[in-house]
Design a protein around this ligand. Structure first.
Ligand code: FAD
Length: 467
């Protein structure tokens, strides 16, 4: 059968991994095709993930700061929320970013094919487009088909009051009561938004802390803040049943400290994401996929089939956009004949809650598990002039050092802009910085970034009292 399109590189999926890979491949002179099932490029991140959620979290922060302004003698009246306008402004942000991608694809002469693609052989993908099937024959393929929200079976998913993160970002209304199932990053970010908009939020988490896997001391300041604001935060509790009733969704809980059954206006389920590796006909190309939909790759992002690469959420944790983009570049470069490898030492993680929680490298728990002798330099933000000035002293900056080398191996920051602050430590870890390198670096005053230098000095013993 004659191919409709022949190319050197085909990229399946246009999320941050996919579009980065396609653009890099095209920049390296490869004749590139990008296949995306939706009309909008950008994947989860741009359309229903990072970008819209941060646009809404910005609104939440404005509401919250205005509410607290009376502490410094400025009183605003209660916020009036025009939900349609808020939704439109979020959609505008997304449209701007997505439109930018379309332009960049055109500029590079990347051929975008809209439709659902499946491998039918090691060198062919069939795309189901609106106008019928199209056959794309390729030399190299980069799989970037991403992930999707896990939908717990047995819940009444056909009820419009049940939401996954995509539905929650739609902002259909501001429910009076909202149950968030899952206390991970996505659940808590959306909880932050709805709480600021005026919903009464309850969070239920199966494990024994919010944001499981994160060092408990990082989570504590957030949990303290949220417990004052939310109707309930229930740990080690399972949602056993959700029943659709006329007056709401009735949730029944299990566990030692399970609350009584309760009816909520809406329920958001955010219990994780599953990889899309099993939905693309990978077997027809001979590509190995795990039972859970992940595709194993080597450091060059190659699957077991040497001319087929995989990147992003579907190659494993952490499922983050910035990891996907870096992997995308590597895959495109290797496909174009370069010797690139994905050798990042660390990938930073951020919960854009209020306060933000950011961490990078090893956590204390991981360092202990790996038997590494480590030391801590911790700087409480109560000792930062800037934090006092903005009334946000609840957080801290914590650096983790290898005792043998004094090199920084990990860090955690809790602060309103922790996500921005953590980047410096990612660089420090990549560069193999020692505590003295960080402590001797002059940070601008008065900023929260000073807390990074100070934490290193605390570890070195060159600051003993926190003036
Ligand atoms: P995806 O973005 O999942 O894109 C995959 C694309 O492939 C999709 O467009 C899909 O339609 C397409 N596709 C799949 N199968 C096919 C097929 N057969 N044919 C054609 N097209 C196909 N990460 C961060 O780093 N920071 C954040 O702040 C952040 N916030 C998030 C908030 C939410 C609510 C969610 C849900 C996620 C968030 N993430 C965040 C995670 C981030 O969105 C993902 O890590 C990132 O999008 C993964 O990129 P990807 O390229 O692997 O795939």
């Amino acid at each position: 059968r004659k191919a409709d399109i022949e190319c050197q590189v085909v990229v399946l999926g246009s999320g941050p991994g996919g579009y980065t890979a396609a653009f890099r491949a095209a920049d390296l002179g490869q004749n590139t095709v990008l296949i995306e099932r939706y009309a909008a490029l950008g994947g989860v991140c741009l359309n229903v993930g990072c970008i819209p959620s941060k646009a809404l979290l910005h609104a939440a922060r404005v509401i919250d700061e205005a509410a607290h302004a009376s502490d410094i003698g400025i009183t605003f009246s209660a916020p009036k929320i025009d939900l349609d306008k808020l939704r439109q402004s979020k959609d505008k942000v997304v449209a701007q970013m997505v439109g930018g991608l379309g332009g960049m694809a055109k500029q590079r002469k990347v051929t975008v094919v809209q439709g659902t693609g499946r491998f039918i052989s090691p060198h062919e993908i069939e795309v189901e487009t609106k106008g019928g099937k199209k056959l794309v024959r390729f030399e190299n393929a980069i799989i970037a088909a991403g992930s999707q929200a896990v939908k717990l079976p047995g819940f009444p998913w056909d009820d419009p009051r049940m939401m996954d993160s995509t539905d929650a970002l739609d902002l259909a209304d501001i429910p009076k009561t909202l149950l968030v199932v899952g206390g991970g990053i996505i659940g808590l970010e959306m909880a932050c938004v709805y709480d600021a908009l005026g919903s009464e939020v309850t969070v239920v988490e199966l494990l024994d802390q919010l944001m499981p896997g994160t060092d408990p001391d990082l989570v504590r300041p957030l949990q303290q803040r949220l417990s004052k604001r939310y109707a309930g935060i229930h740990l080690k509790v399972k949602v056993a049943k959700i029943e659709a009733q006329k007056n709401g969704l009735k949730a029944t809980f299990e566990g030692e400290k399970a609350p009584d059954p309760q009816v909520y206006d809406r329920v958001l389920v955010a219990i994780g994401r599953s990889a899309n590796g099993n939905k693309i006909g990978a077997d027809k190309a001979g590509v190995n996929v795990t039972e859970r939909g992940f595709i194993p790759v080597d450091r060059q992002m190659r699957t077991n089939v040497p001319h087929i690469f995989a990147i992003g959420d579907l190659v494993g944790q952490p499922m983050l956009a910035h990891k996907a983009t870096h992997e995308g570049k590597v895959a495109a470069e290797v496909a174009a004949g370069q010797k690139s490898e994905f050798v990042a030492r660390v990938v930073p993680s951020v919960a854009y809650t209020d306060p933000e929680i950011a961490w990078v490298g090893l956590t204390e728990t991981e360092a202990k598990k790996q038997g590494i002798a480590y030391g801590i330099g911790k700087f409480p933000h109560a000792a930062s002039g800037r934090a006092v000035g903005i009334g946000r002293t609840e957080g801290f900056t914590k650096l983790i050092f290898d005792e043998a080398t004094h090199r920084v191996i990990g860090a955690g920051i809790v602060a309103p802009n922790a996500g921005d602050l953590i980047a410096e430590i990612a660089l420090a870890i990549e560069m193999g910085c020692e505590a003295a390198d960080i402590g001797l670096t002059i940070h601008p005053h008065p900023t929260l970034s000073e807390s990074v230098g100070m934490a290193a000095e605390v570890y070195e013993g060159t600051i003993t009292d926190l003036y």
